[in-house]
Design a protein around this ligand. Sequence first.
Ligand code: AMP
Ligand code: TRP
Length: 333
Amino acid sequence: MSKKIFSGVQPTGNLHLGNYLGAIKNFVNLQKEKENICIYCVVDLHAITIKQDPEILKKNIRETTAVFLASGLDPKKSIIFNQSMVSSHAEGAWILGCVARMGWLNRMTQFKEKAGKDKEKASVGLYIYPILMASDILLYDATHVPVGEDQKQHLELTRDIAQKFNSDFNAPNFLIEPEPLIQQNFSRIMSLKDGKKKMSKSDPSDQSRINLTDNKDQIVNKIKKAKTDSGILPDNDSDLQKRPELNNLYGIFSSIQDQNLDLTIDEFKGKNFSDFKNSLSDALVEKIYPISLEINKLLKDERYIDEILLSGASKAEKIASKKVNDIKKKIGF
Ligand code: AMP
Ligand code: TRP
């Protein structure tokens, strides 16, 4: 059955292996199914919920687009654009913000994590961020949204908003309730320094993540230094599950090789840590380094990237502005 896919990635720099394995790799697989309509957005309006330097933001918008292209997204098959160029997203967010309830937003765990201890100092934008995300999705009638595990709650909120709008305005099925597409395995890639912390763009330690722009030496070094424990390599899953750092590295290897975890356990049982780490580095260099090379090549041609975004925005605008107009009619404007 044909699916309408929408997803977004923030242009906040340092795109890493977690973004790739948790989300972008899935974007590319969905694009391969010919009957799918795929829309992928560089969500720059979301990025400014935390203060950004304008020059760096501009660079990061192009870099995120380059990551999409280098990973295999094709502007002939998917719509690729940046959010701020389609004003309907912000307009839709205002209207949906009048449907969403404070109590729903107060439950969002990502806000609590990002706002930190001093919530009074967080931007209002950070608080209403999930409403803009709902607008992104609902304006395209997206049926499926590929994201990492951390976005599940935002998708549930999107469904709640759609349901309430449809019921408040007596418009059954007018806003489509989207399904999250979360990879069953390895949907949460953890830090290379701490198996209990998510791999993240904002971790101050560059050693905690493999960036998609890392060169060969950086990849090999980061894996060499990645935290492990002093046990022997596991021969069963229940042993592995008790060892967060190793579990993460085994997950990364399995995901990169598209094989299940049991096969990875079998492949390395009885071997040395160095054998495993060498194989992991080789696999990453084989699959991630070509992406890094391509990103760097693409970034040399800013005009090419800008043209892709412009042409994507014009296609997106047609879809989104029509839906916002329909929404306005339902409301009585
Ligand atoms: P963000 O970097 O927050 O814009 O996230 C872009 C996409 O990558 C989202 O779908 C996230 O869920 C996903 N993602 C971010 N970090 C990770 C991680 N450590 N593991 C798996 N997926 C992730
Ligand atoms: N909030 C998402 C993240 O941080 C990014 C995002 C914005 C998004 N709008 C979206 C993802 C719409 C999916 C669909 O990862």
